[in-house]
Ligand binder design. Structure first.
Ligand SMILES: C[S@@+](CC[C@H](N)C(=O)[O-])C[C@H]1O[C@@H](n2cnc3c(N)ncnc32)[C@H](O)[C@@H]1O
Length: 284
């Protein structure tokens, strides 16, 4: 039986036994989506300005990142069209969406969805006044699907289990695919992770890297932008000199998987070997 856990802000999450991790920050699933994804992405600002927003929700899971964005757009009375592509490997998790939407904070979104809840893979469309919402939920492996996507996106919300558990979903090669998908719209990636391998990989993939607000005990997530950002964007901060320096050392060495099929162990070993080589060069 699937048992939901109530996080500190009252929203629900799950524990994944295989990864040995919660799906969300225990300080609040809703809060994490809002602080680490919705606010720093400035997605609602882009929607107001251009009447259009396209999002790739990579590792859709229970859908929090998309749902908090949609709930915020509805609450702010914004008009325009939001198109979301969600990619998720687990066919069971998506059936639990109705439980997640049960909390009071999602009341308006629930009424927009009506009886047509997005609780299975497929296409869903909704209208709320002048806001049009289109959701394409794809049952697929992100690692093999991202290289095949051809749409232009404004935002990527990247929410895989941690780099230690699934390094194959945090490679410089996957980030380079995101660059291709975001380049035309000068878009941004948001993630909860602040790991050196992740930020180092994003820098190598030509992104400008910033940090986002820390939620609970976590040190803050990461925003990666095609173009440098003005530093007055809410919830987006420059890396400190120390954080920046770490990226050019051992901890900034990224995971690599150029063919998008290397076994997890091989990806980890390759990174360790690259780190040792770097140490040898430095000590020479
Ligand atoms: C940290 S959870 C995501 C949380 C999600 N954003 C939410 O709001 O519930 C990671 C998700 O990645 C999914 N996943 C794991 N491997 C995947 C893969 N190779 N491709 C796509 N999704 C994957 C898991 O099933 C899980 O739902």
């Amino acid at each position: 039986m699937t048992e939901f856990i109530t996080t500190e802000d009252g929203s629900l999450t799950l524990f994944n036994v295989e990864a040995g991790e919660l799906y969300h920050n225990s300080a609040g699933a809703y809060t994490e989506s809002y602080e680490n994804y919705v606010v720093p992405s400035n997605g609602l600002g882009k929607l107001k300005e251009t009447q259009e927003l396209t999002l790739l929700d990579a590792c859709f899971g229970l859908g929090y990142n998309t749902f908090v964005l949609l709930q915020s757009a509805i609450a702010d009375g914004i008009s325009g069209e939001i198109r979301v592509t969600g990619v998720e490997l687990d066919p069971e998790i998506i059936t639990l969406v109705p439980e997640v939407l049960r909390i009071e904070r999602f009341a308006e979104l629930r009424s927009v969805f009506g009886v047509n809840l997005p609780n299975k893979f497929g296409h869903f469309s909704y209208q709320h006044g002048k806001l049009v919402i289109s959701l394409e939920l794809i049952h697929a492996d992100l690692r093999t699907t991202a290289p095949k996507l051809t749409e232009r996106f404004d935002l990527v919300f990247h929410d895989a289990f941690s780099p230690r558990k699934v390094p194959e979903l945090w490679t410089v090669d996957l980030f380079a695919e995101y660059y291709r998908l975001l380049e035309l719209s000068q878009g941004v990636i948001l993630t909860y992770s602040s790991a050196g391998a992740v930020r180092g990989g994003l820098v190598e993939a030509r992104f400008n890297v910033y940090k986002t607000t820390g939620v609970g005990r976590k040190s803050g997530g990461t925003l990666a932008a095609i173009a440098p950002l003005p530093l007055d964007r809410p919830g987006v901060y420059k890396l400190s000199a120390e954080e920046q320096m770490k990226l050019s050392g051992r901890s900034g060495v990224p995971y690599r998987d150029s063919g998008f099929l290397a076994p997890r162990e091989a990806i980890v070993e390759r990174r360790a070997a690259e780190q040792s080589n770097q140490t040898l060069v430095i000590s020479d």
